[in-house]
Design a protein. Structure first.
Length: 402
């Protein structure tokens, strides 16, 4: 919950739903020690006075596999302790590791189990190189087997994309009517929209001229997020807009990124690298003119719903996005003037028409924000979750298998 995604894609939803008075939540999460120390108070302040309770556990990264087993044991102890206090109607797992706990609780106590997959996690790990070693082959096979079991046995499966939903049905794991599709929604309180004054302040602080064209990339770099593709795109943008500045908003090592940029011939005066809390992301978006979404195309891409897309639109930014990722192509096509889908790793001479198209869009920030509110509405996503919760609660009780 102390990561940016935890705050935007979990807390925002739960606090919104809890405010309806229809449901209360207990969160069991695993927290990185450094993030926990920095953000714990913010999370506690956010849930204060709500029906959301938080039970954070430490996340362990090393040694590989063994540390995950250790976390799972701690997670199961916490789940059992909470269950003794008061049995739950539904256990909602966001991701694969926590689904192991939720699936076990379903079998042991008859709880309704929601598998909120959030993307094809095992394939993402393998494709990004994190599980490239042959030592991880059994780990990959294990999670692919569990993945199929989660889809078949969960009371409800949730996919971020319609492309993912089609794949689940194609594999015979689940009928389409029991796979809810909810894209990564936007908390518009955290992204209040364009502001000329915020734009001026941030540009002044970063030393960016008022009329410069700023291309923003927000998020992690490396693995499935290739910084080399960002550099290639930006160099071609500079051919058309010599005043262009690349703004990287990331927690990835800034010195290493800057060194790579220099090797690509990107001058230091055309590059800015910054890091900030989730609550400050919108300010950097206000200082920008377009948002960049870059992924290495892969099988797991079918399940991706870039959080950045709705957030960029909410701040009035058109997007340039890797084609073939989740539903992105269809979303851009269905929202005129909202952005451009760009084939991955094009030769330099073939990049320019796409960048020219981006520069020529001219869609107003107000229209782009309206697109975000229509497609990525947090209220709409939460209403869909609440409707499914009520459907599950109306089902006959499930026999436990202790």
């Amino acid at each position: 919950m102390t990561d940016a995604l935890g705050q935007s894609q979990v807390l925002a939803y739960l606090c919104h739903m809890a405010a309806t008075g229809e449901v209360s939540f207990d969160i069991v999460s695993f927290e990185k020690p450094e993030r926990f120390a920095a953000e714990k108070a913010k999370v506690e302040a956010r849930i204060a006075g709500t029906s959301v309770r938080w039970f954070p556990l430490p996340y362990h990264k090393t040694p590989p596999v063994l540390s995950t087993l250790k976390d799972l044991r701690a997670g199961w102890r916490q789940v059992k302790a909470l269950w003794k206090q008061q049995p739950y109607d539904i256990i909602h797992a966001r991701g694969y590791i926590t689904a192991l706990l939720a699936h076990r609780a379903q079998r042991k106590w008859g709880a309704r189990f929601i598998f909120d997959m959030r993307g094809w996690w095992a394939d993402e790990k393998k494709e990004a190189g994190a599980w490239a070693s042959s030592l991880y082959a059994p780990v990959y096979r294990y999670f692919k087997q569990k993945e199929a079991a989660f889809f078949r046995e969960a009371d409800l499966a949730v996919s971020l994309t319609y492309a993912g939903q089609r794949e689940i049905v194609k594999q015979g794991w689940r009928a389409a009517d029991r796979i809810m599709v909810v894209p990564t929604c936007v908390d518009f309180n955290a992204f209040p929209g364009p502001s000329a004054e915020v734009r001026r302040q941030v540009r002044t602080r970063l030393g960016i001229l008022p009329d410069a064209y700023v291309m923003l990339y927000s998020g992690s770099l490396g693995g499935n997020y290739p910084v080399e593709e960002i550099f290639r795109i930006f160099l071609q943008l500079r051919q058309l807009r010599p005043d262009a500045v690349l703004l990287l908003l990331t927690k990835t090592d800034p010195a290493g990124i800057a060194a790579q940029a220099g090797q690509w011939g990107i001058a230091a005066d055309s590059l800015r690298i910054a890091s900030c809390a989730y609550s400050e992301v919108h300010a950097y978006q206000n200082a920008s003119d377009c948002g960049l979404i870059v992924y290495t195309p892969s099988y797991s891409g079918i399940g991706r719903s870039p959080t950045k897309l709705g957030e960029y639109w909410a701040s009035g930014l058109p997007v340039l996005a890797t084609a073939g990722i989740g539903d992105v192509d269809d979303i851009l096509a269905g929202h005129p003037g909202s952005g451009v889908a760009l084939p991955f790793n094009l030769p330099p001479e073939d990049l320019c028409p796409y960048i020219e198209q981006l520069l020529a869009l001219g869609t107003s920030p107000e229209v782009l924000r309206q697109y975000a509110q229509a497609y990525y509405s947090l209220d709409g996503g939460c209403r869909r979750y609440l409707a499914e919760y009520h459907k599950l609660l109306a089902l006959p009780p499930v026999k436990a298998n202790p």
